[in-house]
Write a protein that binds this ligand. Structure first.
Ligand SMILES: [Zn+2]
Length: 173
């Protein structure tokens, strides 16, 4: 015969175990819902075109979707993995993409139809190419990245590598 009493300690153990499990579950959920790291403020120096600085952050991989960087009023975010692929925050590519994003900000490129976006991308590239020049490491790194990452032909709302590189060359002369 099994008495209730004999079982009492066991159910106490079970209760304790299930409490522990709950604690671990909550802990695991907390960890997994947190990005690999929070967004990390960076200070890459004075703004490329002068004027006021905006807040700049490295953000966890994938948080900008497919984008390498994104400018919003008052801030620029860079996908840390994408930036690292192209040499990190001290690389010529980073200086280019930073100038490109600052160009979006100073031109107030925020309200976007696909056609606006197409034009804005070329305009921001053009500003950065004018700043650095076609033969600079910055613009050459951008041309290399566009060749690697984009199809040559234009897409709806987004210029392809051929148009972007031709534009860099024209603007950087
Ligand atoms: Zn852009």
């Amino acid at each position: 015969m099994i008495s209730n009493r004999k079982y009492a300690p066991l159910s106490k153990v079970a209760a304790t175990l299930s409490r522990l499990c709950l604690v671990f579950t909550v802990f695991a959920i907390t960890i997994s819902s947190r990005p690999a790291f929070a967004q990390q403020p960076i200070n890459p120096g004075p703004p490329p075109f002068g004027g006021p600085r905006v807040a700049e952050f490295l953000v966890p991989p994938g948080s900008l979707g497919q984008l390498i960087a994104l400018a919003q009023p008052g801030r620029i975010m860079y996908d840390i993995r994408q930036i690292n692929i192209f040499g990190g925050t001290h690389s010529p590519f980073f200086r280019f993409i930073r100038a490109h994003e600052y160009a979006h900000l100073r031109r107030r490129h925020f309200v976007l139809s696909p056609q606006d976006n197409f034009d804005n991308e070329l305009e921001a590239d053009c500003d950065a190419a004018e700043l650095f020049g076609w033969n600079s490491p910055e613009v050459q790194a951008a041309a290399h990245a566009y060749r690697q990452r984009l199809p040559p032909q234009n897409m709806p709302g987004s210029p392809g590598s051929a148009a972007r590189i031709a534009n860099l060359r024209d603007c950087g002369r």
